[in-house]
Design a protein around this ligand. Structure first.
Ligand code: ADP
Ligand code: MG
Length: 265
């Protein structure tokens, strides 16, 4: 009985705390809005976001842009009013966990692989951040990474006023051959300068903004040392060629493309 009361009390406290944080972050007033948000976030995620607010990384979070199965994307503002994209990794399915392990285990940058669910999700977020940083540093067109903490990654917002730029598959390209060239050049730069293979490249993970293609979703990108990097690269190239061939582009033969990217011939 006593314990019951205690639990109830604790739960009340937790809810009040969560509500306070959600109000600070999202500036919500209406309780329906609050309840919808409260359902999305667990306490550790709220604390992580709150920490970012306190450290002036973000100043306010607005609505969700996209809600995937494993992650959700939010539009936020930085301290100088700049638009930011906040990618939050949430829970993972057993199937996704198995998939993740394959990408992390062959990656020498992660010598200690975390096995617990939460730890693995944190590692996954930091992996995407590192990949973005390395890609950005190599001059590949990707959203500029800002910071990562636990399961929350903050990066440049591609788009305007909270409206994300369209994906490549959603735009009608006037000159697809030009875009094809830019994308394969970026894949080459990613390989030769950053030493990475995207691993999930397709018209679904390329945004198109102001006439330029941006590679996104680099969580599963692997370094060249990864035992599967060759297989992933070939699959990426096949995906790109399939998409651009359909648009009437005279694509470069996959084998030639592969050689040009890997050996520079
Ligand atoms: N930096 C960004 N700025 C604006 N929108 C973004 C950004 N990154 C991703 N998005 C949007 O969010 C969606 C999901 O992001 P993505 O990284 O591909 O995650 P997922 O793992 O769910 O595929 C993208 O299809 C795109 O529409
Ligand atoms: Mg994606």
């Amino acid at each position: 009985m006593e314990e019951d009361k205690l639990l109830k009390h604790e739960r009340k406290l937790l809810l009040r705390e969560k509500r306070y944080i959600v109000e600070q972050l999202f500036k919500v007033k209406r309780s329906e809005e609050y309840e919808a948000l409260e359902e999305v976030f667990d306490k550790p995620t709220l604390m992580t976001l709150y920490g970012m607010l306190r450290r002036d990384v973000i100043s306010e979070i607005y609505g969700a842009i996209k809600a995937g199965k494993e992650s959700k994307l939010f539009w936020a503002k930085g301290p100088r009013g700049e638009d930011l994209a906040v990618k939050i990794y949430l829970t993972i399915t057993a199937e996704f966990r198995t998939g993740m392990l394959m990408y992390i285990e062959g990656d020498p940058r992660f010598s200690r692989v975390r096995r617990d669910r939460r730890g693995l999700v944190y590692q996954w977020a930091s992996k995407e951040f590192r990949n973005l940083k390395e890609a950005y540093g190599a001059g590949v067109r990707v959203p500029k990474p800002v910071t990562v903490r636990n399961n929350v990654l903050v990066m440049e917002f591609i788009g305007r006023d909270g409206v994300p730029a369209p994906l490549l598959r959603e735009v009608e390209l006037r000159n697809p051959a030009r875009v094809y060239k830019m994308v394969v050049n970026d894949v080459r730069k990613l390989y030769r300068k950053a030493g990475l293979v995207h691993g999930d490249l397709s018209e679904y993970n390329i945004m198109y903004w102001r006439g330029l293609p941006y590679l996104i979703d680099l969580s599963q990108a692997v370094p060249l040392e990864h035992p599967m990097s060759d297989v992933f690269l070939k699959r990426d190239l096949a995906n790109l060629n399939r998409f651009f061939r359909r648009l009437g582009v005279e694509v470069i033969d996959e084998d030639r493309l592969y050689k040009w990217i890997t050996s520079g011939i």
